[in-house]
Write a protein that binds this ligand. Sequence first.
Ligand code: SF4
Length: 299
Amino acid sequence: MEDLRRHLLWQEEAGGRALLVDAAKQSAERSAALRSMLPPRGEAKSQPAAAPATPEPARPSSPSPAAEPQAPAPRPALVRPVEAASSGLLIDVPQKAPPHAGPLPGVADGERPTLDQIRRELGDCQRCKLCSGRKNIVFGVGNPRAELVFVGEGPGEQEDLQGVPFVGAAGELLTKMIQAMGFSRDQVYICNVVKCRPPGNRNPEPDEITACEPFLRAQLLAIQPKVIVALGKFAAQTLLRDSTPITRLRGQWREYQGVKLMPTFHPAYLLRSPQEKRKAWEDLQQVMKIFGRQPGART
Ligand code: SF4
């Protein structure tokens, strides 16, 4: 089975046997459904209590959560539930008004910003304490008009050194996951909730997420993807304003500002828990169906 072969491809990174894979590239459609307000400027120091993630124990070398199921403090729901495309499952989330209403500085209210505008606004950011230890701001990489966006947690050591997201071990696994889906890294866009490395690869703290997430939301508004894949609990819980553990969020279609969002496990978590890879692959197969790609399809 081709899907199994693709699944085994990225198992290689967790110590499994190497398998030959020639994941094909597919051309991308242009489509956008996202119409929403721009996020405001991050002002973390004045909003410490609103962030979604509950800190977890510090991790020695990974940019992703060590134990995915930890739930953060509840935040207002920004999204409405959406019926899963294939499973028919529905998550009941209360709807409330978006907590952010203002535009990004320099961008008119209701205007679609560009990634360059957002990066310029970010500047040499010192909006939260993560600025003190970073070597580089890790803004994001990939196609600025990507239909598929992957959102992770935050930069790790290699990402901090290179200024590029997902270039360490977890990044290599993510690349294989993307390829197994029939995409290449330059066809998609990859970014994180926080743009600076938490010291010691600890989890980002609530005030740091609050400071940085407006830029993530602006990035998504600029790109207007067709599908967002939220990698791990921090990405999923931050974008969805939902403290449900990732073990329950994953695999269920949700909606972020009119865009389909699929929560799944973070690649670093999968490296530590390879037995969960099949679940993640099932989640990614649901995403492939949105793009009309059946497992095994090639272009
Ligand atoms: S993590 Fe985000 S808000 Fe904090 S200093 Fe870095 S870019 Fe600024």
